[in-house]
Design a protein around this ligand. Sequence first.
Ligand code: UDP
Length: 331
Amino acid sequence: MNLTGRKIVITGASGFIGSHVADRLAVDNELVLIDDFSIGPRENLAQHEDAPNVRIEEADITDHGQMRELIGGAEVVIHMAISCLRTSLNSPLLSHDINAGGTLSVLMAAHEAGVERFSYVSSSEIYGTAQTVPMSETHPLAPTTVYGASKLAGELYAFAYWRTYGLPVSVIRPFNTYGPREPYAGARAEVIPRFALQLDAGRSPVVYGDGSQTRDFTYVSDTADGIVAATACDELVGDVVNIAHGREASINRIAELLGTLMNRQEIAITYTDPRPGDVDRHFADTEKAKRLFGFEALTGLDTGLAKTVDWLREAHIADRIDEDAAGSPNW
Ligand code: UDP
């Protein structure tokens, strides 16, 4: 389908990845951007505040009445709102309520509205750790964390709506995404901004476990392009696709690359206990996205890390968080 001149609802729109997807689709569509602003700050959508084609709505995805009202009349829904992995380690019920229950609430509303496309933005966490690499979409689904399990429940609900009611659902599985607007403070902070802020403050990056665990780090502009292209792809309806860089990097390697980039080679890594349920290895097979809609990630790790560090510096993020947040070993 052509994503031009459409009425599109995005949940989780002020989030890290959601806000980049909104930026792309605001160019030539009518958007309803939904978020409860619990994770992604409203300032991530500041560029759309006065746009006549964009409505920004504070709402709770688990409130079906609100979802029915906001999704009514939409042609496309891109469902990205989540409670994140790190939150799930301390608040598993919240993870279940938002990621599983919230997804069902949004699916029900989308079905009632008769939307033409429903993209469920899932997560590489539904695979658990790699049993074979590269990990294609047929890799076994064995999530380690409650977060991964709740995201998988969301996938299963989405496919149930496709099979039972014919809701045109596409499932998109992004791997670890990094870049501007990434969560950097407190329990929601992700590894790359954490290490960058620790190094910036002259402190050791704190690695959980031995640092040999890998992730398929994908720059946010690539992830956002992939989500938009996957949503437009008719062949993906009733199916699932990975969106990733298609390379793996260890957490030790990330610490080293950032140390070099930030001229902090002399700072040694500090190792601490592994994080509970931490995945050992993620490395995506990206062939399906390439075959179905010509997607390929364009940004290499060196370039992406440099852009991320520039953003942290330009936004004066180190000045905005207290000293302890950058050094905190808690998850
Ligand atoms: N990690 C780490 N130190 C940190 C934060 C994360 O060593 O301060 C590790 C974490 O244990 C995991 C990887 O970095 O193996 C990626 O963590 P992140 O929370 O960024 O993403 P996840 O893949 O867990 O969603």
